[in-house]
Design a protein around this ligand. Sequence first.
Ligand SMILES: C[S@@+](CC[C@H](N)C(=O)[O-])C[C@H]1O[C@@H](n2cnc3c(N)ncnc32)[C@H](O)[C@@H]1O
Length: 327
Amino acid sequence: MSGVQPLPFEHRENNSLISAEMICADAMEYLPKLESNRFDLVITSPPYNIGKEYEKKKSIEKYLAEIEQIIVECVRLVSDQGSICWQVGNYVDKGEVYPLDIFYYPLFKRYGLQLRNRIIWSFGHGLHASNRFSGRYETILWFTKSENYIFNLDEVRIPAKYPGKRHFKGPKKGQLSGNPKGKNPSDVWEIVAEDWEREIWEIPNVKSNHPEKTNHPCQYPVELIERCVLALTNECSHVLDPFAGVGSTLLACLKNNRHSIGVEKEVTYVKMAQSRIDKMRLGTLKTRPVTKPIHQPSANDKVARLPEEWNSSLYDAPLNERNGKCG
Ligand SMILES: C[S@@+](CC[C@H](N)C(=O)[O-])C[C@H]1O[C@@H](n2cnc3c(N)ncnc32)[C@H](O)[C@@H]1O
């Protein structure tokens, strides 16, 4: 299959060109053409085998056997100081939940990778389940190829909750205990799943107009990937996304001066990705800044108040009265 021509991106500081190349191909056919050890980061969200428009649902065994061949290629392509980040949710069959990261972990171990974090990506909105608790997180398995890996913690520190906290005993008593650059963001990341989704709740009817929204059913937020790109690669590193969709990984790389290649089998998504890349080059693509806090509704927001139709006395009642005969 033919590749879509890459477009160069002007490096903001020294005018060297940062590439963002979308390839329209099956990853299984294209990855073997790339040179070994080229990428400091392979980051992706593979198909979940849940019957989305770009995949045919199959048994979990068959699904994993097929993806394992791509994992073997990814391991070959990542540099010795590099990382693989595999972002997944659940595969669900007849109401039974299969957490995909649990199935993927042994595959990566089989090829010698070492897990550094199982990152929980939590988000506030999503489908409301009625036969189990509503799912509000997915995971990123972060593996490295060796013990000597790139990790730029300072690039992704977040503001400390109590920057004025001091040691209260010991030899450092009285000295500030935190880091002036901020704190480690931990392995639980609260990042809005989709900007437009948040705005549907807070500003109804913006979904179709939101500049970040594409027709891809499973686009992940650029902000989520930026954190990995900043921490796990250096400026001008090369990054690969073997299931690139509408190019969110490539946008995260462009924004932060990393070269990137995305492989995607559906030409419609490749074109959307290309258009988003073009907009980013022109400075017209809106994405959430990495450090922007999650919106908390104020008590005065209409949507945050208990509606009159609901009996508010129920919510004021002591627990034992609410529980009825079991109280
Ligand atoms: C979960 S989506 C990734 C979305 C992406 N993270 C984004 O933000 O747009 C998985 C993508 O993998 C693509 N895909 C599935 N199998 C593929 C294969 N063998 N080779 C290349 N792309 C594939 C699908 O078309 C789909 O767009």
